[in-house]
Ligand binder design. Structure first.
Ligand SMILES: CC(C)(COP(=O)(O)OP(=O)(O)OC[C@H]1O[C@@H](n2cnc3c(N)ncnc32)[C@H](O)[C@@H]1OP(=O)(O)O)[C@@H](O)C(=O)NCCC(=O)NCCS
Length: 159
């Protein structure tokens, strides 16, 4: 039986094509994409749909949050560059009013557990220097800053 990646009221489950619309709307919020390296404005469906069908060496998860006995979809975490020894993690909590409740920190630890179970020894995050919330959740999960190129800070962690 497949392992469940769950920590109290947070779990991550592999994303389905039927989640694409939700991810498109989360990623189209300016407070989110301002920090994305590869996105400069609201996401277009054609770009998003092509990305999904052409993605390689990558796994995307939906982050579920349980409140009042009900699970709902609140964000997404992705693990890319899986063909390398240094996979990269990206994360978004799309339900903005939930920010600051510890969901990102816990979801990240579940993503790291998945990588460790898959045999990876190290993980990478590339974070905009102004993204204080992101720097915080990666640091809390044991990542350390290694390089800075322009506004992008590279953080790594030994798993
Ligand atoms: C980054 C992100 C995933 C964090 O998710 P979250 O659920 O809010 O994270 P948490 O609640 O676990 O932790 C956030 C921490 O940052 C802190 N924080 C938030 N904004 C901050 C700011 N402007 N300055 C300093 N700290 C800040 C919070 O207080 C919290 O710290 P604490 O636990 O010590 O109180 C979320 O903000 C997000 O989706 N941002 C948009 C997309 C994005 O930037 N993704 C990352 C790309 S690398």
């Amino acid at each position: 039986m497949a392992k469940n990646y769950q920590l109290e009221n947070i779990k991550i489950v592999e994303m389905l094509e039927s989640d694409l619309e939700l991810l498109l709307s989360w990623r189209s919020h300016p407070d989110a994409y301002i920090f994305f390296k590869s996105q400069k404005g609201p996401l277009r469906w054609s770009e998003h749909f092509n990305f999904w069908h052409n993605r390689k060496n990558r796994v995307d998860f939906i982050i579920f949050f349980k409140e009042s006995k009900r699970w709902r979809k609140v964000g997404s975490i992705n693990l890319s560059r899986l063909e390398t020894e240094l996979p990269e993690i990206g994360i978004i909590i799309g339900e903005m009013t939930l920010h600051g409740n510890g969901i990102g920190t816990k979801a990240l630890s579940l993503g790291l557990e998945w990588l460790k179970d898959a045999g990876y020894k190290k993980a990478l995050a590339v974070i905009n220097t102004k993204n204080e919330a992101s720097k915080k959740i990666f640091s809390k999960n044991g990542f350390e800053k290694k390089h800075k190129i322009d506004v992008w800070e590279e953080y790594t962690k030994n798993l």
